[in-house]
Write a protein that binds this ligand. Sequence first.
Ligand code: NI
Length: 266
Amino acid sequence: MSGLPEPTVALSEEQIAFYRKNGYLAIDQITTTEEIERTRAACDGLFTRRAGREEGMEFDLAGTDEDDTKPTLPQIMEPRNYSQALKNTQYESNAINISKQLLGNGIEQRGSHAIFKPAGYGAATPWHQDEACWNPKKNYNSISVWMPLQEATLENGCMQFIPGSHRLEVLNHHHIDHNPKVQGLELDEDQVDLSNAVACPLPSGGATIHGGRVLHYTSPNISDTPRRAFILLFHVPQPPPETRRDFYWQNKTKTFSAEKREATKT
Ligand code: NI
């Protein structure tokens, strides 16, 4: 039996239409202030102790991730495995409800992650499509629900999107800094006009929702507080693509975290 609370948030018809047209959506409230505080404390604790580092689940998304370098964009995959406080939240219940509205019946969870963008020096997450990081042999009908754990502003790195870019194919990407030791990917230049980006500042308790192909970005954190986010992914499994796709940039990946995850499997 699921221990999830009943959902308290549902999208309006207008919000659903906005998502279909633009490939993303911002909502002002997905959970309570009290739950945000609890979630933030739990995530801060995980990042302080670098939960999951040994097994390659904690790593620097924007750097080369040596043990003795200061990470500029630490990320933890599946943080719910490391903290009970992140399980069975009102946020998750509402995110499931929203996913059903946007993706239809048959949704499954695809996982969770948490990102910590440190105050003052937290790095940008460059323009990318999430699907460029995923398996090219699969098709996806998927959404990410991105919930900041404080307000999200232009100064601390709120989400920015290119409206309508969800209709694009997966474009060419490369590793950040063209360095295969860095996990994060960046869109190759000059493929898309990025000048019509829309920034989505959010109050604490709000969230953005985006599909796997919509182009998105967050700026460096130049504020004096960290910018954390806790993200849940959902999908409806799809038949595989009919044509072979070559995400050649993935073949170059050579990160410490990928090596550790591989070693943990055996
Ligand atoms: Ni992304």
